[in-house]
Design a protein around this ligand. Structure first.
Ligand code: KG4
Length: 339
């Protein structure tokens, strides 16, 4: 099956053509980071407008670079949600137009399912598996007994981890996106400062907003007391506390589910060098399981992962028509369930 896919849930306008969930014939990503940098974060209205401006060109490039024509496309897949509603609408309207124009079947898919299936571009998924999704908009721990079912074990109660990185970077005046900058600084520092340990109610849930406020209070206290402090050490202290919040829950999930065969990671924060080290540590501690952190091109938002998610949903009986609408809070547990 050859799938044409569109992704526009946040600040990347993307389109791709993928054959049989594995062969990426084209994958075009137009990032808006340079524009949002000026505002210190993604501005939803600006993001939607840029999607409108860019989407036609991104679609044309994806089809041209695939070397195929519209006659060769078997299915059109689009991110229906979750994400920024104005941004999602642009992709959904474009996909509906293409489906109508070229008389193709259409399917709307879950962005988070896409991040999970992106691992298929890098490894063979083995079930039951544990998926850790860490991005600017999501932090979730998911149990999959097979390829089509998602059970959310835990999720963030407040900020997503990437959002916490970005907000802390703003406090430290490092610019947007903050994740890569904190990651780099932390490599030169030591986690010597004590910051508030997050407290989430559920066994596998996360919380980052208290930690983020803790960084702000630390900086204000130091300034008030005229004390010097090292930004590298503060970055390392924040990063170690935030990642330990995640990995404590990951270890607990692995211990409580001895049947797990694999753990995979998805989302922009999986680029983090310390997170990757921590996954290696897990692999040593639990040799009975396989661990996979895909290359960055698969971790950040792209449409190739939406093509894979589309083929899986469609094969499972999901199909959309012209009534398909964007859903900013689309539930992952409903993915792959025909209406
Ligand atoms: O998945 P993504 O590209 O976009 C969505 O949120 O959908 O993730 C972007 C997030 C940003 O918050 C960014 O700061 C974070 O991923 N990020 C990182 C790193 N690279 C990107 N966070 C920590 N360490 C990194 N190296």
């Amino acid at each position: 099956m050859i799938v044409f896919a569109i992704e526009s849930s946040c600040d990347e306008t993307a389109a791709a053509v993928v054959r049989d969930q594995s062969e990426v014939l084209s994958s075009v990503v137009s990032s808006q980071i340079d524009t949002h940098k000026k505002f210190g974060g993604v501005v939803p209205e600006v993001a939607s407008r840029l999607h409108v401006e860019n989407i036609s060109e991104v679609i044309s490039q994806a089809i041209d670079q695939s070397g195929l024509g519209w006659d060769d496309i078997d299915l059109i897949s689009v991110t229906q949600g979750p994400g920024l509603i104005g941004c999602l609408h642009v992709g959904v309207q474009a996909a509906k137009t293409l489906a109508m124009l070229y008389d193709k079947p259409l399917v709307g898919v879950n962005h988070l399912a896409g991040h999970i299936y992106a691992n298929k571009l890098d490894t063979t998924l083995k079930f039951p598996l544990l998926a850790l999704l860490v991005s600017g908009g999501n932090s979730e721990l998911i149990y999959m007994k097979d390829e089509t079912s998602f059970e959310i074990l835990g999720e963030t109660m407040d900020d997503a981890i990437g959002e916490a990185y970005d907000k802390v970077a703003r406090v430290l005046d490092l610019g947007y996106p903050g994740g890569p900058k904190i990651d780099k600084l932390a490599r030169a520092g030591k986690p010597v400062y004590s910051l508030p340990r997050p407290k989430a109610p559920g066994e596998y849930d996360f919380s980052f907003s208290g930690l983020k406020s803790g960084v702000l209070q630390f900086v204000k206290r130091m300034e008030r007391q005229n004390q010097t402090w090292a930004v590298e050490d503060l970055a390392a202290s924040f990063q170690e506390t935030a990642l330990e919040e995640i990995f404590t829950k990951v270890r607990k999930a692995i211990e409580n589910h001895p049947e797990l065969k694999q753990m995979i990671v998805g989302g922009g924060v999986s680029a983090n060098s310390r997170l990757r080290e921590k996954v290696k540590e897990l692999a040593e501690r639990y040799p009975q399981m396989e661990f996979n952190v895909p290359p960055m091109s698969c971790c950040t938002d792209n449409a190739a992962m939406i093509a894979i998610a589309g083929e899986i949903a469609y094969t499972n009986g999901c199909k959309a028509d012209e009534s398909l609408s964007a859903d900013a809070s689309l539930d992952l547990e409903d993915a792959n369930q025909p209406a």
